[in-house]
Design a protein around this ligand. Structure first.
Ligand code: C2G
Length: 129
């Protein structure tokens, strides 16, 4: 029974998000997503279009996602991995190497980002309408 965990803001959910969630789920039986809270997003310098509850609703509607937990700081990943018995930690390649400290607790995998889509780009398109 393999548990996979990943983290993100997942604002304006798009196929780049779907791709990494699909690939993460494909590695195991259960996928947990640490979803950045609105407050933590401010710390990350991100302003979301959708609230935490809305973004959580979107993720929970996906067959790939089994559990959504709040991500409220940079320090919680090790405890999350341990307390959820996560076997594999997954992030997109823009984070390559940044979470290798988790390797003493679980496998760490970075997947290539999906080209041609980003929340930032989507916002630009929407704002032009
Ligand atoms: N992603 C991707 N391809 C894209 C866009 C995003 O593979 N075109 C991946 C990112 O690499 C990340 C995940 O989708 O693994 C979520 O992306 P964001 O919501 O932008 O997450 P981010 O703000 O990078 O937050 O503690 C980790 C942070 O919470 C990650």
């Amino acid at each position: 029974y393999t548990t996979v965990i990943t983290y993100g803001t997942f604002d304006l959910l798009h196929f780049g998000h779907l791709e990494i969630l699909r690939r993460a789920k494909d590695l195991g039986d259960r996928l947990i997503v640490g979803l950045s809270t609105d407050e933590f997003n401010l710390e990350k310098g991100k302003v979301c279009e959708f609230s935490y509850e809305r973004r959580k609703q979107f993720l929970e509607s996906l067959s790939y996602v089994d559990l959504v937990i709040p991500e409220s700081n940079w320090e919680q990943k090790t405890n999350d991995v341990i307390s959820n018995d996560a076997d594999i930690f997954v992030m997109g390649s823009d984070w390559e190497g940044k979470f290798d400290f988790l390797k003493e607790h679980c496998e760490v995998r970075y997947f290539p980002r999906t080209k041609g889509v980003s929340t930032t780009e989507l916002k630009k398109i929407i704002k032009k309408q």
